[in-house]
Structures are given as C-alpha cells and as structure tokens.
Design a protein around this ligand. Structure first.
Ligand code: DGY
Length: 328
C-alpha cells in the first residue's frame, strides 16, 4: 500500500480544501485561531514533505535546516515576505503563492478604505454611536473630494492596476503611479496612468495607495521625509504590508496636521497596532482583511491546495515563485 506524503496545514482552511488534501496526504492540521509559535511550527514540520501556510507563519533558513524532508511551501497569500524564497530555492524547496484570485477583491477593499478615509466614515460612525451627533454645520465632518481628484499608486502590479481602473473609470480620477519598472505604453494608455518618480508621486497625489510588495528595500520607504513631500490635505492608504510605513512618523504627521488622514489595513507588528495610531481620529484601522470575502478566501485556499498537490505528486504547480527549481 502506498504511503501518503505527510503535510502540515498550519492554519484552519475550508472543509472542502482539507478534504482534497486528505485524499492525497496524511494531514496534520493546526486548527487554532492563533498561529503556531515558531518552536512548535518547527516540531510539527519535522518529517513533513509539504506545508500549507498563511501570512502568519515565517519560513526561515533555520527552519528549513531543521526540516530537511520539506519539499514544498505553499502559502495562501499573494505576498510572500514571510518566506525566505532564496533559502528555499537553495535547498530545492518549491514555494508557491496565490496571485490573481484576490486581485479584484483586494482592489475593492483598497478603494473602500480610500473612500472611508477621505470621507471620514469611521469617524462619523463613532461620533453617531457615541451619541455625539447633536447638530448640523456646513463643514460638519467635511472630508476630501474623491471623484475627479488625483489618485497616486505606489506599486503598479495587478492590484495597483485594478485600483487604477476603479479610480479612472468609476470616479473620473487622474491616475499617477510609481513602480520599479514602468508599465508598457499600451497599459498606461488603457489605465490613463502617468508614470512619475516616487517624489513627484508623493507631491502630486491627493490620495496615495500603497500596493508595493514588502522587502528589506521597501522597509519604511514611507517615513518622515516622504510624508513631508505629501500635501497636508492628502490621504494615505496602506493595503500592502505594515513595514512599508514608519508608523511613528505617520502618527506624528497625522497628529500635527501635516497629512489629512490615513487608512491602514496592515501594521508593522500586527496583530499589535502602534498605540500612537489608536489615539487619532483621522485614521481608519482595519485588521488585514483586504482579501477577506468568502469566495476569494476559498479561491486562495483552493489554489494553495492545487499547488501543494501538484508539487508533491510530480505535476507542475500553477503558481510557483521559484519555478527555476522545477524540472524542465
Ligand atoms: C496577501 O495575500 O498577501 C494578503 O495580504 C493576505 O495576507
């Protein structure tokens, strides 16, 4: 009788996905809501051929050295800054992520957060619930204009482009962007997007959305110097990774009126939130839920499972991050 490869599923997944995995593998599931602490992750990974993770499990070179049987790391996220991909490649471990299936949902949320931030929705809701809505004034909770304004996008990958479409075609916004590499002229024309240097982007945007991938190079790439370039009336939205923004510098800019408002779905030490941000009324805070709709989360889990099944059964995984280690 064939022995099934052993895998770890490090976080709860939809039942139908767990069922598919169980048909191929001997599954060790960590069902808890809290991620496995690193030492427990290491223990549970020993002897496993594959692992299904989310963004809360860190895969380091040390962990890989402690788990030499590991052949596939499949994350149910598009971002992969929690995985040392180079260390995986060096050890012949395949890494996969879940691009595309979350693009539109994440862009919807990015736009919703922009709207909520610019139009002070969370502030208004808090005021109403607290019984502080007592009168009307011409400038009562007056926010920033969204339609017709200038939408800046830092990081013009799939999600950035989906946000650009919403801004351009839904709200008649002027779209400007900065990216490591400039888009093809035809894509720029389709999106009506103008490429600028990062500094020009910061200066011109009425609303700036951060959608760039996180890496050591992107750490705190929005700090006090960058915030100082932005308009005091501007809003900043971060749906990428918390470490991109220096949160202390951001809190100071918001407190001192050097930036109008910020909408943040990601935090440097999440799930802990910088206390300086919690005290400010001009910031909208959400708990890293940009891709959180049931259909999208199911699609992400299915794709992570497709990758894991393919990787350990000799097929070609649909979305590898280090395809160079696959047989030709
Ligand atoms: C992703 O997929 O990278 C999202 O941030 C969810 O973690």
């Amino acid at each position: 009788m064939d022995v099934k490869p052993r895998i770890l599923v490090a976080r709860q997944a939809p039942a139908e996905v767990l069922g598919r995995l169980a048909a191929h593998f001997e599954v060790d599931l960590h069902p808890g809501e809290v991620p496995l602490p690193p030492e427990q992750l290491r223990e549970r990974l020993r002897g496993k051929a594959g692992v299904f993770i989310t963004g809360t499990e860190r895969i380091s070179a040390e962990l890989l050295d402690a788990c030499p049987e590991l052949r596939a790391v499949c994350t149910m996220t598009v971002g992969y800054n929690h995985i040392d991909v180079a260390a995986c490649s060096a050890r012949g471990v395949l890494v996969t992520n879940t691009p595309d299936v979350l693009t539109e949902t994440t862009a919807d949320f990015g736009f919703a957060l922009l709207m909520a931030t610019a139009r002070r929705m969370a502030e208004g809701e808090r005021l109403l619930r607290d019984g502080r809505w007592t009168s009307w004034a011409w400038d009562f909770l007056a926010g920033a204009e969204v339609h017709g304004s200038t939408l800046g996008i830092l990081g013009m990958g799939r999600i950035g482009q989906a946000i650009a479409r919403r801004g351009r075609f839904g709200f008649g916004m002027k779209v400007i962007y900065h990216n490591r590499s400039r888009l093809a002229a035809s894509t720029e024309a389709e999106l009506g997007a103008r490429y600028l240097s990062k500094d020009e982007l910061l200066r011109e945007a009425d609303h700036l959305v951060l959608v760039l991938p996180y890496s050591a190079a992107a750490h705190h790439c929005i700090g006090s110097a960058e915030l100082a370039l932005m308009k005091p009336t501007a809003t900043l939205v971060n749906i990428a990774r918390g470490g991109i923004v220096d949160e202390d510098a951001l809190a100071a800019a918001l407190r001192e009126g050097r930036l109008a408002a910020a909408g943040l779905d990601v935090f440097e030490g999440e799930p802990r939130v910088n206390p300086a941000l919690l005290t400010l009324s001009n910031v909208v805070l959400t708990p890293h839920i940009a891709s959180a709709t049931l259909p999208t989360r199911r699609a992400m889990a299915e794709l992570a499972a497709d990758n894991l099944i393919a990787a350990l059964t000799g097929a070609r995984p649909p979305t590898p991050l280090n395809p160079e280690i696959l047989p030709a």
